[in-house]
Design a protein around this ligand. Structure first.
Ligand code: SF4
Length: 176
């Protein structure tokens, strides 16, 4: 049975939690791409982690057994997520020969990112439109911090939190 190691309030939503948990055992590195397939998530090879979306939460699984969870309602929900992952790990171990590895990052589309931007088309990021900025974010050629309204205005704080999680889950480094 997994356990909770750290709990903090989400930056973007004080009613939600960021939780770091630990699975009851490590996940072999060669099992991670298989786990990504089973969880319908992505395996980010450069960082050696699996990430998947579960409702509003972004869940990240590391081979040492640590699990990061954003936007979680309660510690009970976090424990449920850990139990679900452990069940999937067992499934992977029992069926590894029939599961095709998934190496591609999680499929987050540009529209999903665009919808979380302020949509002001103000040009402060150096792009004429928020859509152009969203496209550049997905290729890593623009930094999230270049969108000044997003980074400085309190009303966008929740979107900022979600964007950080999404981009990180795609294997894109976010510098703040
Ligand atoms: S700075 Fe932000 S709000 Fe302004 S155009 Fe760029 S992405 Fe859109």
């Amino acid at each position: 049975m997994g356990e909770i190691r750290e709990v903090a309030v989400c930056i973007g939503d004080p009613e939600k939690l960021r939780v770091i948990g630990k699975l009851d055992e490590k996940v072999d590195e060669e099992e991670l791409p298989l786990l990504a397939r089973v969880l319908k998530g992505g395996f980010v090879r450069s960082q050696n982690f699996v990430t998947f979306k579960r409702g509003l939460s972004i869940v990240t699984i590391y081979s040492d057994g640590h699990v990061g969870m954003t936007m979680v309602d309660s510690e009970e929900e976090a424990l449920t997520i850990l139990a679900e992952i452990e069940e999937k790990v067992r499934y992977v171990r029992e069926n590894r020969d029939s599961i095709r590895a998934k190496f591609t990052p999680m499929n987050v589309n540009v529209l999903e990112i665009y919808n979380l931007l302020p949509k002001l088309n103000c040009g402060k990021c150096g792009e004429k439109t928020c859509m152009a900025f969203a496209l550049k974010l997905t290729t890593g050629s623009r930094e999230l911090s270049e969108c000044k309204p997003l980074m400085t205005e309190g009303k966008y704080i929740r979107q900022r939190e979600t964007l950080i999680s999404l981009l990180t889950s795609m294997g894109i480094d976010v510098w703040l």
